[in-house]
Design a protein. Structure first.
Length: 202
């Protein structure tokens, strides 16, 4: 007669059962929590910059033009009646280039706008705003460049007969439009004020 063997099933203790149930519940909870939306990386943040209201004064140089500029700008007189307005607190410079008109007005306009639109490669958009002051005989245009271009604001102004002035704003930093936008908007006010107060001496 063959001996029968019983299959002995191990009966777990109550403590082990409770521990197993707890592990299953925690695992299910973690699974539910992980099924939500994927976390998105936070966008880069930039320091908020507050600039004081500008106090304007008249440019004092021997150049054939004058205008009111922000008092905090350092004036650097250069050759050929060119002037730099350096803003040390913003690490920016507004470069002003002067040329006399000698039957070359069209060529001066072409050169000025060529300088502006060569930034279209890096720019997202370029918008222009015309300016006209018949009393002071100032006719011009301000260009705002959006995107990571080398210069964000440019302008040109002329009396159509004797004088032609261009300006370009540069920052001493790698182009990053989002980070310098507050400074651009602040200096844009100074540039518009420059245009509105521009006068020719001849």
């Amino acid at each position: 007669m063959k001996k029968r063997y019983k299959l002995l099933i191990h009966q777990p203790t109550q403590t082990k059962m409770l521990l197993k149930n707890a592990v299953v519940r925690v695992g299910a909870l973690l699974l539910l929590l992980s099924c939500g939306d994927s976390p998105l990386p936070k966008p880069s943040s930039y320091m908020r910059l507050d600039y004081p209201n500008a106090e304007y004064k008249v440019l004092e140089t021997k150049s054939p033009y004058q205008f009111e500029h922000a008092g905090r700008a350092v004036i650097i007189q250069k050759k050929n009646d060119w002037v730099d307005l350096y803003y040390p607190d913003m690490k920016a410079t507004l470069v002003l280039t002067y040329r006399p008109v000698k039957e070359n007005l069209r060529a001066l306009f072409v050169d000025a706008e060529k300088l502006t639109f060569k930034h279209m490669i890096k720019a997202d958009d370029i918008q222009s705003l015309p300016y006209e002051n018949p009393v002071s005989k100032v006719y011009g245009r301000v260009f705002e460049v959006f995107g990571n271009a080398a210069t964000q604001i440019q302008f040109h102004a002329t009396d159509s007969t004797n004088n032609f002035l261009t300006g370009a704003l540069y920052f001493y930093a790698k182009p990053n439009y989002d980070s310098i936008l507050p400074a651009v908007q602040h200096l844009k006010k100074d540039i518009v004020h420059l245009m509105e107060t521009l006068e020719w001496k001849n």
